[in-house]
Design a protein around this ligand. Structure first.
Ligand code: 2M8
Length: 463
């Protein structure tokens, strides 16, 4: 269904914005799961789903639960939650690399679901437990069916626990508290300069020819990754397939192996949410102790990635044995994780407010350019994960600041974030200096963020 929405200059009031956001989510609803965007992303993406479920929770608890349930139905035996669950009815020309591309990997992968490849072989940041906890919170606020919501928690808890265990073991054999990724797509911040140096070390070998499909869905190709980077993305997929998605083989052989601080921070918070879910339904003490251990280890690992010069936390390249020195939103990982170290927190908040990020004088709204500081050499205001503002990333920072008691700063993020969304286009991302929506319109997670922000306590008067 094609959604008609107001012009790009429209200025919706909160009620109109909520109506429009719900319309977008319903429009992208495929019956039990939601596509990430109408045309550009016709499948179910893992972390999009989690944010989407948070949005849906504001009008339909059961449907929100179903979003997560459908994703977890495709969990691998080893606990991995795949980064994409494919819509096998989507035309093959709608997304690349789609199910047919991953199919050869699934053929002899013991842990994957059977053929055809219902899923990709990668994963994405574990926002799911956070979403499940929030579905419950919102259900309580709305007076929805609590026993049913509690039943849902009981159903998904073991799956979430297995997912977190997968990340804490297969993806952290070093027991560092930090999650290793095999591909920039796993970080969700695909084209970010965070990965530039590590990707330069990847030499592309012989692989079958492929046709990019992403470029046909955006007006301006410079908003998408450049070819040279895209080749590396596809080459890494090829290598993971050749390794049969076997964790140990990928670990031993992949030229791209990086500790991702943002994903690690999300895991810390997701573990906190899992503990809270555990409290609500009553889980064994042994589980609680394990989850607490993961939380402590995660926070500790993040502290060790601190770079005092940049006032940010840095990803770590396991192949080059060096930190990846760029100023991106991921540097705020300890804030996302809810650091308990006051010095670290202070320093991060300073960086946050500085001209390098939300305090940059030319920003249309004082939000975080979600990939890169405008002062980074690889900053590009229109390019995918290289400089635009991503509402969903600002939601994550808002939510983390709220939880850490930074209510005033959080309130500003929410107010300005809602002002950005008031045109009702629900852009995938926004040009930071002009506020123009870019990428796909009607991006599901953007609509979801609008609904969650609108439902938070004080609705902005400036809207
Ligand atoms: C983008 O990633 C996909 C690959 O996973 C793509 O570019 O084709 C990213 O923004 C990612 O974070 C997001 O989950 C996905 C769907 O919205 O799109």
């Amino acid at each position: 269904m094609k959604i008609t929405h107001p012009s790009k200059e429209a200025h919706l009031d909160p009620e109109q914005l909520a109506t429009q956001a719900e319309k977008v989510l319903r429009g992208n609803d495929m019956g039990g799961w939601t596509k990430a965007a109408p045309d550009l992303y016709p499948h179910q993406w893992s972390w999009d789903s989690a944010f989407i479920a948070i949005g849906i929770a504001h009008y339909d608890t059961r449907r929100a639960a179903q979003e997560i349930r459908r994703l977890l139905d495709h969990q691998w035996k080893n606990g991995k939650v795949p980064h994409i669950v494919f819509n096998l009815d989507a035309p093959p020309e709608s997304y690349f690399p789609g199910p047919e591309h991953w199919a050869s990997a699934a053929a002899d992968v013991p842990d994957a679901p059977p053929k055809p490849a219902y899923t990709s072989g990668l994963c994405q940041p574990p926002v799911h437990a956070i979403a499940v906890r929030r579905i419950m919170e919102v259900a309580e606020r709305r007076g929805a069916d609590i026993p049913e919501a509690r039943e849902f928690l009981r159903e998904v808890y073991p799956k979430l626990f297995a997912w977190h265990r997968y990340l804490a073991t297969y993806r952290d054999p070093e027991e560092s508290g930090l999650v290793t990724i095999y591909h920039p797509w796993e970080s969700g911040t695909d084209n970010s300069p965070r990965w530039y140096a590590a990707l330069q070390r990847v030499e592309v070998g012989d692989m079958p020819e492929y046709k990019r499909l992403d470029l046909q869905h955006v007006a301006d190709p410079s908003e998408r990754p450049v070819q040279d980077i895209y080749d590396r993305f596809i080459w890494l997929v090829e290598l993971i397939k050749r390794a049969g998605c076997d964790e140990a083989t990928v670990y031993d052989t992949s030229p791209f192996l990086v500790k991702d601080v943002l994903m690690s921070a999300i895991l810390v918070r997701a573990n906190e949410a899992l503990l809270e879910i555990g409290d609500l339904i009553g889980v064994p003490d042994k589980d609680r102790a394990t989850i607490r251990h993961w939380i402590e280890r995660g926070r500790q690992g993040l502290e060790e990635c601190w770079d005092a010069d940049l006032g940010l936390c840095l990803d770590y390249d396991l192949r080059d044995k060096s930190p990846l020195k760029t100023r991106t939103i991921a540097g705020f990982a300890p804030l996302v994780a809810g650091t308990t170290n006051p010095k670290l927190r202070q320093s991060l908040l300073q960086t946050f407010d500085s001209a390098l990020f939300a305090g940059h004088k030319d920003l249309h709204w004082p939000l975080l350019p979600s990939s890169t500081s405008p002062e980074e050499s690889r900053f590009h205001p229109r390019s995918y994960w290289r400089g635009p503002v991503w509402p969903v990333m600002n939601w994550l920072l808002w939510w983390s600041l709220e939880r850490s008691g930074e209510r005033e700063r959080a309130g500003h993020l929410r107010r300005d974030g809602l002002a950005q969304l008031a045109s009702g286009n629900f852009g995938e991302y926004y040009e930071p200096f002009t506020g123009e929506p870019l990428g796909s319109d009607d991006q599901s997670w953007t609509a979801a963020v609008a609904l969650d922000w609108l439902a938070a306590e004080e609705v902005s008067e400036t809207l």
